[in-house]
Unconditional design. Structure first.
Length: 346
């Protein structure tokens, strides 16, 4: 049987293995992966050396990759709604064998990916050849960002600040502006990321390593107050796409009466959060996890604005150099978004 190469977890490095090429069943499709993004979840599993499994915290190696775009090269006899040659993005949560690249039987950082029970709108959707594969591979993280914006309930007149100019924060920025939100600020500590934020449509940026957040937000969004009349910036919505305890506390310190905080980043444990400060502003805390409905809702707009979304990609690395791709992703500040690209398999 033909073999292919697939990436599995190892401790702080990837393990590229030859595995058997999947054979689709009657209701399945086989996708030749052409691009796959690297996510913080991938690097988390790599740092651990696997995925935690079982009550004892033991680790198991898993196939990586859950941000693929590719083309269908084989379909089962019963498949009618996709065909060979279709370019598709994938819902990693839409197959019965477990989440693709996050503990399931299959990973998308691989030359081929089996889609069990293929169905458009459930686990794949087709996109046009006007969109490069590496940009289409942003579909999954942009669905995460879109769900965050949906959870925020942002309206055109709202003033918003996004903490963290990584792919999710920048994706949220794009969605907020496409939604017609009046003023969106992005805060980060890396100047290059702030430049990207302006390039994708942020109205202003704040370097929180060198600038005073409170003063800058007050200048940009006007003055307001909390329940005790203490001065606060007039920011309506805070989005945490950074996940640092200092960001959470900065929001509590700056929140006006009835401000909202949306958490989309994976949060790090902290005992230093001032819950009393949340009370004094009646700060609404909203958690945003995944993409319950957004995975393919974003695709038409991703297609329409693909040149704008392409700015999120800082590195395109061929699969032959996948070790370097993950090294970039594992190194803080070395890359914004790394997408691995695949040539024709040998």
């Amino acid at each position: 049987m033909a073999t292919m190469k697939s990436v599995l977890t190892a401790k702080d490095k990837v393990d590229v293995q030859d595995v058997e090429r999947p054979v689709p069943g009657p209701a399945d499709a086989l996708v030749r992966v052409r691009a796959c993004g690297i996510c913080g979840t991938d690097t988390f599993f790599l740092h651990l050396g696997g995925m935690p499994a079982g009550a004892d915290g033991s680790l198991r190696a898993i196939p990586l990759g859950h941000e693929p775009a590719g083309e269908i090269v084989e379909v089962g006899a019963d498949v009618t709604d996709v065909k060979v040659g279709d370019r598709v993005v994938v819902n990693p949560q839409g197959v019965p064998s477990g989440i693709i690249g996050c503990g399931g039987a299959h990973g998308a950082m691989s030359e081929y990916l089996l889609i069990e029970g293929v169905a458009t709108g459930r686990n794949v959707t087709v996109f046009p050849d006007s969109v490069p594969f590496e940009v289409a591979a942003l579909n999954e993280p942009m669905a995460v960002a879109r769900h965050c914006v949906n959870r925020s309930g942002a309206r055109p007149a709202d003033k918003v600040v996004v903490f963290g100019a990584g792919p999710i924060g920048l994706g949220a920025t794009i969605w907020l502006k496409l939604r017609g939100v009046e003023h969106v600020v992005v805060a980060d500590v890396i100047p290059e990321r702030l430049e990207t934020a302006l390039a994708v449509g942020a109205d202003a940026v704040i370097n929180s390593a060198t600038e005073n957040i409170t003063e800058r937000l007050t200048d940009l969004h006007g003055p307001a107050a909390n329940a005790l009349g203490q001065p606060r910036p007039g920011t309506d919505i805070y989005i945490d796409a950074a996940g640092a305890p200092a960001v959470f506390q900065a929001v509590v310190d700056n929140a006006k009466w009835h401000a909202k905080l949306v958490m989309v980043a994976v949060q790090k444990k902290s005992d230093a959060i001032d819950l009393g400060g949340m009370l004094r502003s009646e700060l609404t805390l909203i958690a945003s996890q995944g993409y319950p409905t957004e995975i393919f809702e974003v695709t038409p707009e991703l297609v329409e604005h693909h040149e704008r979304f392409a700015r999120l990609i800082s590195h395109r690395v061929p699969f032959a150099e996948v070790d370097r791709a993950f090294e970039l992703a594992l190194t803080p500040g070395a890359a914004e978004k790394v997408v691995v690209t695949f040539d024709d398999p040998a």
